[in-house]
Design a protein around this ligand. Structure first.
Ligand SMILES: CC(C)(COP(=O)([O-])OP(=O)([O-])OC[C@H]1O[C@@H](n2cnc3c(N)ncnc32)[C@H](O)[C@@H]1OP(=O)([O-])[O-])[C@@H](O)C(=O)NCCC(=O)NCCSC(=O)C[C@@](C)(O)CC(=O)[O-]
Length: 297
């Protein structure tokens, strides 16, 4: 594997917290984001401008984005399901936004109350306004391996949605193993299909760690040429509409792997470990990072 660098996209403030049962205060969210930025992460998904009826935990997105002390080298992103969400994200000063759909119809319907085709129709005006505002747009494809309602999802179906998002104008496509059931051979097959439609350099992977395969899946994806990886400090995370799914791959564990491979991340592992321990204490949760638990320095 060649020595080069990997871009990490930090999910903890958004994917990490959206499914927490108890409401997390705006102040804790802001402190989490500021700590993550200080550890060297340059892309942080900070908020979500979705319906507060659907995801109450993310209702304070505007206060969070307006409240953080910004670091100039950091891009603060937000999830936006529709034009209404984008407009709110722009007012709050998001540097990047993300639209999200799925490769399986049932998950898409459960998650955003729309078919895949309808979701793409909604994204068209959003992308037009984002381009006009010079805001990069990420597109998520959830259920890129398995769907909680339909089972295995074919690589062809994933490739089709990824292509549609790319053709709509998304700058980057993140492929989500929403359930965390994937294994490396399936990841390779999926990436092989998707990379026929979207250049590998514009693809990211997003693994949940339900079955403990996330790091193995990352390794397989790196070997295919992936260099953008989503993760969440302390392994926080979960989608309210993906029953049974565990948190995201822990950022600490990812950085430990990447450093071991000689790949640069620009992130301080020591600082991340501290942040992972801090947020786990704040939430009263067991730290989901193996490195975070083992780190002795
Ligand atoms: C998409 C909708 C809004 C459709 O929801 P809907 O009910 O069909 O929407 P609607 O257009 O009929 O509007 C209903 C109400 O929602 C409001 N509304 C409408 N849009 C917004 C908005 N942007 N911001 C704030 N409010 C909004 C709208 O104003 C209206 O308010 P009311 O008149 O009833 O008071 C809803 O289904 C929704 O918000 N879903 C979000 C679900 C979600 O956030 N899921 C988790 C994120 S995805 C994920 O975690 C996976 C990922 C990305 O991490 C990758 C992976 O692991 O796979």
């Amino acid at each position: 594997m060649p020595t080069d660098s990997v871009t990490l996209v930090e999910m903890a403030p958004r994917d990490g917290l959206q499914n927490e049962a108890l409401l997390v205060s705006t102040a804790i969210k802001i402190e989490l984001i500021e700590r993550l930025a200080r550890s060297g992460l340059t892309r942080i998904e900070a908020a979500s401008f979705v319906s507060p009826k659907w995801v109450p935990q993310m209702a304070d997105g505007q206060a969070v984005l307006l409240g953080i002390k910004r670091q100039p080298q950091v891009s603060y992103g937000a999830l936006t399901p529709n034009l209404q969400g984008l407009k709110a994200a722009l007012v709050a000063g998001a540097d990047q936004v993300a639209v999200f759909t799925a490769a399986s119809e049932s998950f898409c319907q459960h998650n955003i109350n729309a078919s895949i085709a309808t979701s793409l129709d909604r994204f068209a005006p959003l992308l037009a306004l984002a381009k006009q505002s010079q805001i990069p747009v990420r597109g998520y494809v959830s259920t890129a391996l398995d769907c909680p309602y339909e089972g295995a999802v074919s690589p062809t179906a994933v490739a089709k949605v990824a292509r549609d998002l790319y053709q709509l104008g998304c700058d980057e496509i993140s492929l989500g193993d929403t359930l965390g059931t994937g294994t490396p051979q399936r990841v390779i097959a999926m990436l092989h299909a998707v990379s026929q439609e979207v250049p590998m350099a514009q693809l990211a992977v997003h693994f949940h760690d339900t079955y403990g395969q996330a790091l193995a899946n990352v390794y397989a994806a790196l070997e295919q040429g992936i260099r953008i990886i989503d993760s969440s400090v302390a392994g926080l995370g979960g989608c309210p509409y993906a029953p049974g799914a565990a948190g995201n791959l822990a950022t600490e564990d990812l950085v430990y792997l990447l450093e071991g491979l000689g790949l640069k991340t620009g992130v301080s592992l020591a600082s991340l470990v501290q942040t992972g321990r801090w947020i786990s204490t704040q939430l009263g949760r067991r730290n989901g990072s193996k490195v975070g638990l083992a780190w002795m320095k």
